[in-house]
Design a protein around this ligand. Structure first.
Ligand code: HEM
Length: 134
């Protein structure tokens, strides 16, 4: 179960960083909304990092699902729920760029909802697998 503890911790770290990077972009503005300059460059880097870690979260979710299937099959639904939250947030992230105006804002909300759903589900998983005590 040491593997699962490491995988879950990794997921929490990535989710926390994602929240901070995502909120930064939210407050500064989307790269496309800014005029050329240092701030636009920084904003672009933050967004790129955010998208990169999103891929890391998807990979982490798949790994956790595999570990849970092998070692704690009764928790498969919970792990699946957490992974769904990641998937929903990922699609929301793509939607922010693919859509415009209100639809883009709605996609941003979907991303935030997926984020919090995944965070809560992984929290529950962490407690239920008892890995927190190791
Ligand atoms: C696992 C996947 C993801 C998670 C957990 C996540 C999480 C978040 C969170 C918590 C925020 C701040 C709240 C908000 O504005 O909604 C945010 C903002 C943002 N994220 Fe993501 N995100 C994910 C994937 C992506 C992807 C794939 C992209 C696309 C490159 C992306 C682009 C953005 C942008 C542009 C913002 C700012 C939105 C705005 O200003 O309305 N995210 N993200």
């Amino acid at each position: 179960m040491d593997t699962l503890a490491k995988q879950l911790r990794g997921q929490f770290i990535m989710l926390t960083v994602m929240f901070l990077l995502g909120m930064s972009v939210n407050l500064i503005g989307l790269p496309g909304e800014l005029s050329a300059g240092t701030l636009k460059t920084i904003d672009g880097i933050i967004t790129a990092l955010h998208a990169l870690i999103a891929i890391g979260l998807v990979v982490g979710a798949v790994r956790i699902n595999r570990t849970i299937s092998k070692n704690a099959p009764t928790l498969r639904t919970l792990a699946g729920g957490a992974a769904s939250g990641i998937g929903i947030a990922f699609l929301g992230g793509i939607g922010v760029f693919a859509l415009h105006d209100a639809a883009s804002n709605a996609a941003s909300f979907v991303m935030a909802a997926g984020f919090i759903g995944a965070f809560l589900a992984y929290g529950k998983l962490y407690m239920q697998t008892n890995v927190a005590r190791k």
